[in-house]
Design a binder for this molecule. Structure first.
Ligand code: MN
Length: 262
């Protein structure tokens, strides 16, 4: 069936951006990467431990659309803090870094001091290396994450993208002043307060993400192609057509790469 809808190009995924997805947590990493490549979705394949880097890097480095990120997830720091040495030794190979950050939620609060220590080391290493792009988790710790970015990772040494940001509008403003970008997922657009916070972010700092497979769409784990629905929801929140959001995000991704330098 053909439709005159000017937004029908959104049925196609070519050129969409999923800037935070755990491709290696789907049943088959190779086919998850192949699908992004086939559909032409620019995907940041974040990892949760540096032990996952080599395989992600090997598979993704052959692609046009998928980029691997070197991570040490704050929720794993309690058991894996000793992997920071491995993480540091791999940083010269990685342009993208994530998933990293802080999680002060009740399940992970016990390791919070250790998370702060590890996150500080990661930010300092990235600042020393220069040119890195970071995908940063900040659950219940937006203020502290922004403070640490400000003190450890100046904007002339790289760029941070705040993933699934749940801070308030004034914290979002501070993050913008610190040079941060934001990757927006559907769950952030569900609640009115969070939707208003997203709409308050300067449009030139917005990217899209799924955080698959940790988010759910249609009663199954999200996958990168579902980012087309994030584009539609974000368009609705911003009051502009989906095709404009799509162009905006593609442009912002290019700008992010320039801003990060290196
Ligand atoms: Mn994640």
């Amino acid at each position: 069936m053909s439709s005159p809808d000017p937004n029908s190009s959104l049925d196609q995924t070519q050129g969409l951006v999923d800037f935070h997805c755990h491709l290696d947590l789907y049943p088959d990493l190779e086919s998850a990467i192949a699908e992004c490549e086939q559909r032409g979705i620019y995907t940041l394949a974040v990892t949760t431990t540096p032990r996952a880097w080599t395989r992600n890097n090997e598979l993704a480095s052959k692609t046009k659309y998928v980029r691997p990120a070197l991570g040490l997830h704050p929720q794993l720091v309690a058991e894996r803090s000793e992997e920071i040495g491995l993480w540091e030794s791999l940083l010269p190979e990685a342009r993208y870094v994530g998933e990293i950050g802080l999680d002060a939620g009740p399940r992970f609060y016990k390791s919070y001091p250790l998370q702060v220590e590890i996150f500080g080391r990661i930010l300092s290493a990235c600042a020393d290396a220069g040119g890195r792009i970071l995908s940063v988790h900040s659950v219940r710790s937006a203020g502290r994450v922004i403070d640490m970015l400000t003190s450890h990772f100046p904007p002339n040494r790289g760029r941070a993208v705040l993933h699934w940001f749940t801070g308030n509008a004034s914290e979002a403003r501070r993050a913008v002043q610190a040079g941060c970008y934001f990757s927006i997922n559907r769950a952030m657009l569900d609640r009115p307060a969070s939707r208003r916070m997203v709409a308050s972010i300067p449009p030139e700092r917005l990217l899209t993400e799924t955080d698959g497979p940790f988010t759910v769409f249609d009663d199954r784990p999200s996958k990168p192609s579902d980012v087309s629905t994030t584009v539609s929801e974000l368009a609705d929140a911003l009051g502009i057509p989906p095709s404009e959001v799509r162009d905006l995000v593609a442009h912002n991704l290019r700008q992010l790469l320039k801003d990060a330098g290196g």
